[in-house]
Design a protein around this ligand. Structure first.
Ligand SMILES: Nc1ncnc2c1ncn2[C@@H]1O[C@H](COP(=O)(O)OP(=O)(O)O)[C@@H](O)[C@H]1O
Ligand SMILES: [Mg+2]
Length: 82
């Protein structure tokens, strides 16, 4: 897991972060980082999970990457979350 105590993301942003060219960093963002990461992990049969809090006293984001030991069993099945 990789987590931060940044400003987090509202649901509207969260719903699109894995799409190409989606960025909220107007001057510096390209919007390819998470899209490429998700594509790579998916090609290995895994998936990326994300949780984020953007309102209230605490905020932050946590990413988790699940990868299967081999390509035959999906990481979602192993985690029991598929
Ligand atoms: N740790 C994070 N905290 C808050 N927002 C994030 C975080 N990681 C990603 N995001 C959001 O997801 C968007 C897409 O991220 P990414 O694909 O890496 O592209 P970029 O970094 O070029 O904007 C960011 O613009 C931002 O809105
Ligand atoms: Mg990025």
């Amino acid at each position: 897991m990789v987590a931060d105590t940044g400003h987090g993301m509202p649901q509207m942003v969260l719903d699109h972060i894995f799409e190409p060219f989606i960025t909220t960093k107007e001057a510096t963002g390209i919007g390819l980082g998470l899209w490429v990461s998700d594509e790579i992990v998916r090609k290995h049969g895994g998936w990326i999970g994300v949780r984020s809090l953007s309102e209230g006293r605490v905020s932050g984001t946590a990413f988790e990457i699940f990868l299967p030991a081999n390509g035959e069993v999906g990481a979602t099945d192993v985690a029991g979350l598929g």
